[in-house]
Design a binder for this molecule. Structure first.
Ligand code: DGY
Length: 328
């Protein structure tokens, strides 16, 4: 006898190939026009489906989860970060939560390096000179930036993405330093010749570039507070492709304006999708619209992970990318 397919609600448009496979496997409600689900739509979705496939633009908080009744069993997040989901409430409702780790690592690390190069080398400013027809020819003092080779990179959060950035940055001739909740296995530390700092404060004061790769949790909210940002050298750069909430944005803007920091490359913002307009006037800042992992290959792999997690769960197995209940 054919088994009934789980009812799955997908909150945003996914690549065609992913949606097609989902249609074959599940009873899917897709978001054809890719609009952002309203609170009401989210509440309705959790009440009516077995599996919700949200992403970071959906706030799955207590008021949404309270509507889930007994039907919703799995939140198969399309994405790595789960800070938009109230995990404590999900756990209280016995809802399993999965994410899509690994498959965004290399793309995000590539984009980190792109920003790390682009800000000190003034890539966007240079490109604009050409487009505005303002290029008057080479001169020894034109468009001078700063070198990465030989500089110290401080990585905050040495998980998969942090380690992938470290490998790339070694290739750029940078010295790798890191702060992490736990020190790396000696083999991995040796591979990238990384120096571990138990004290974030001490590391911040000595680095030429700081790159943020930790998740946003209550413990990391404003981890880079005004006090900590002030510890950075005035010649240092900040790169953030993790979550905007990890950095006190107002303090960052003030320090950039006063020349107390050399520049910043930001792919994420504290109040996304809103971007603080104060950033716009700053020449030493490059702003990107949360596109660190945005490759078609990556998005398809994320979709495949979501499908594998749903299938494993529906077949009565532990889904491989379980966030909740926590893996052993
Ligand atoms: C995620 O999946 O959490 C990323 O921020 C998307 O780029």
């Amino acid at each position: 006898m054919a088994r009934t397919k789980p009812k799955v609600v997908v909150t945003r448009k996914l690549p065609d190939v992913v949606e097609t496979r989902m249609m074959e496997l599940f009873d899917v409600h897709m978001n054809v026009d890719d609009h952002l689900f309203s609170r009401e739509e989210l509440k309705r979705a959790v009440a009516e489906c077995d599996v919700l496939v949200p992403n970071l633009t959906d706030l799955i908080d207590k008021s949404v989860l309270e509507n889930s009744g007994t039907r919703l069993k799995l939140i198969a997040n399309f994405g790595n970060g789960v800070d938009h989901i109230d995990l404590a409430v999900a756990q209280a409702h016995n809802i399993t939560v999965t994410n899509t780790p690994d498959v965004l690592t290399e793309d995000t690390a590539d984009m980190t390096m792109a920003l790390m190069v682009a800000v000190p080398r003034r890539l966007i400013e240079g490109a604009q000179i050409i487009r505005k027809g303002e290029f008057k020819g080479w001169s020894p003092t034109h468009m001078l930036g700063h070198r990465l080779h030989g500089k110290r990179l401080g990585i905050i959060g040495m998980g998969r993405i942090g380690a992938a950035v470290a490998r790339r940055a070694r290739g750029f001739g940078m010295a790798i330093h890191y702060h992490n909740r736990r020190r790396l296995h000696p083999e991995l530390e040796a591979e990238v010749e990384a120096t571990y700092w138990e004290s974030l404060d001490q590391m911040l004061a000595r680095m030429d570039v700081i790159s943020v790769h930790c998740p946003h949790t209550p413990a990391t909210f404003h981890l880079l507070s005004e006090r900590r940002l002030k510890l950075m050298k005035p010649t240092a750069y900040l790169v953030n492709l993790a979550r905007g909430e990890v950095v006190d944005e107002d303090a960052l803007i003030t320090l950039l304006k006063r020349g107390k920091l050399a520049g910043a490359g930001l792919d994420v913002f504290e109040h996304e999708p809103a971007v603080n307009s104060e950033f716009m006037s700053l020449k030493n800042v490059i702003l990107l619209p949360h596109m660190g992992s945005a490759t078609i290959e990556g998005r398809i792999s994320m979709g495949e992970k979501v499908i594998i997690n749903i299938r494993a769960f529906s077949d009565g197995h532990q889904p491989p990318d379980r966030v909740l209940p926590p893996q052993g």
